[in-house]
Ligand binder design. Structure first.
Ligand SMILES: NC(=O)c1ccc[n+]([C@@H]2O[C@H](COP(=O)([O-])OP(=O)(O)OC[C@H]3O[C@@H](n4cnc5c(N)ncnc54)[C@H](O)[C@@H]3O)[C@@H](O)[C@H]2O)c1
Length: 209
């Protein structure tokens, strides 16, 4: 991975594997402005249930709902996704939009990297961990047999849309998990936000204002 550049309030990540933009904006606006006919949304089941109104403009044939869990982040399940995408008559000029946490990200990015020798994908991260950590770095990792994250490659999205609205429905356990990731970066960078996190930890976890 390369360096970061700021443009119009967005991060541009300069990566050896391809540059991409990290945009802090509304997922609804982004989805409204996509080419619906050539896009397949790959959505975490929990997100699909809780944010259904965001996806009503898409036809069912352009939506794939995934029950994402560590168990489903497997080579076998990736082949199930490939099968579903082919049944949906996906073509090389289609784009996948992954909407979910790090698990859904890994599965979708891996799938996007191998179908038709690689198609475009975008990412809308919905967990704190995915918004603050995994959406940067271009890694795709899936589990194989009893080994975690042993299969994968580097395959960056074209765009990452970070919409903090998703954090409102996130359970405290997942907020804690994301804060853990943030702390390890802040600790080594001696970042000023580290003190703020420690001082406001309870409020952050319960999201009380
Ligand atoms: N590719 C990378 O660079 C990278 C980096 C770090 C971690 N990871 C991987 O990420 C995975 C963990 O991802 P994660 O911590 O984002 O969790 P996750 O994607 O497994 O999601 C955790 C749970 O939260 C639910 N969820 C997601 N968004 C929600 C929301 N907005 N509201 C309510 N519920 C929501 C999901 O349905 C799931 O049940 C691990 O498999 C790890 O290996 C990948």
């Amino acid at each position: 991975m390369g360096d970061f550049q700021l443009s119009n309030g967005c991060f541009e990540v300069k990566s050896t594997f391809g540059n991409y933009l990290v945009d802090f904006s509304s997922h609804k606006e982004f989805l409204d402005n996509t080419n619906h006919a050539k896009t397949i949304l790959v959505i975490d089941k929990t997100i699909y249930k809780s944010y259904q109104s965001s996806f009503t403009n898409f036809l069912q044939k352009n939506i794939l709902v995934i029950d994402s869990s560590e168990k489903s982040k497997s080579f076998e399940y990736a082949t199930t996704i490939l099968n579903e995408l082919l049944k949906k008559k996906i073509k090389k000029d289609y784009t996948l939009i992954a909407i979910g946490g790090g698990t859904l990200q890994d599965l979708t990015a891996f799938t996007a990297s191998i179908i038709y020798r690689g198609i475009k994908w975008n990412f809308i991260p919905t967990t704190l961990l995915a918004q603050c950590d995994s959406c940067i770095g271009s890694k795709t990792s899936i589990n194989f047999q009893s080994y975690k994250n042993v299969l994968g490659n580097f395959y960056p999205p074209k765009k990452v849309i970070i919409d903090v609205e998703f954090l409102e429905s996130l359970p405290s356990s997942e907020i804690k998990s994301g804060i853990g990731e943030m702390i390890h970066y802040f600790y080594f960078e001696k970042n000023i936000f580290l003190k703020e996190i420690f001082a406001n930890y309870d409020k952050l976890v319960t999201r009380k204002k």
